[in-house]
Design a protein around this ligand. Sequence first.
Ligand code: GTP
Ligand code: MG
Length: 201
Amino acid sequence: MKIKSAEFVISNSDVTKCPKGMIPEYAFIGRSNVGKSSLINMLTSRKSLAKTSGRPGKTQLINHFIINKDWYLVDLPGYGYARVSKSTKKVFQKFITKYFEQREQLVCAFVLVDIRHKPQPIDLEFMQYLGKSGIPFCIIFTKADKLKPNAIDKHVEDYKNILLETWEEMPQYFITSSSKNIGKEETLNFIGELNENMITD
Ligand code: GTP
Ligand code: MG
């Protein structure tokens, strides 16, 4: 799928104020610093559409970006960021959960995990939460430029083994690097197919 246009629409902490209408949307979620905002920039070929930072906790609101005037990419704050106060964390978590509870337009959540790390309880728990809530999700492994190909295979295999302890099958996954433009076509084509299926359904 080709990206012809990508524009920022609105930032919100209140889910009820997010764009109305049944325009399909795809949300990026995962731990702070995993590369959610960078991935949005990579997929849209825009350097700073979504704000990124080396310091975790950069994205603090629900950000809607309209793509090809047709569907939304949604950049969310990270979960599990240790260096914000407990009360701030609670507020974040509340509006993240509200987002997933209330956005009927959400077609698929992309759970981002850093390919360098072993499966982390917080990510596995979040996937459980999505599963229980009936929200379709995929896994996006990020920062693949940081590992050699055989290490990538091993890390994905480890992830599969852990997930297969609780899930019947491995969710659809993508291996990406925002700095090396890896996984762009695959991810965009996947979204394109979902968009098309919705029109014909
Ligand atoms: P929060 O908004 O804080 O939740 O973080 P985020 O998940 O949006 O992460 P962000 O995109 O801001 O990236 C965090 C850091 O990781 C930045 O320093 C990015 O340059 C770096 N980064 C993101 N993606 C990649 C990647 O694919 N490869 C490498 N090497 N670095 C990356
Ligand atoms: Mg961010």
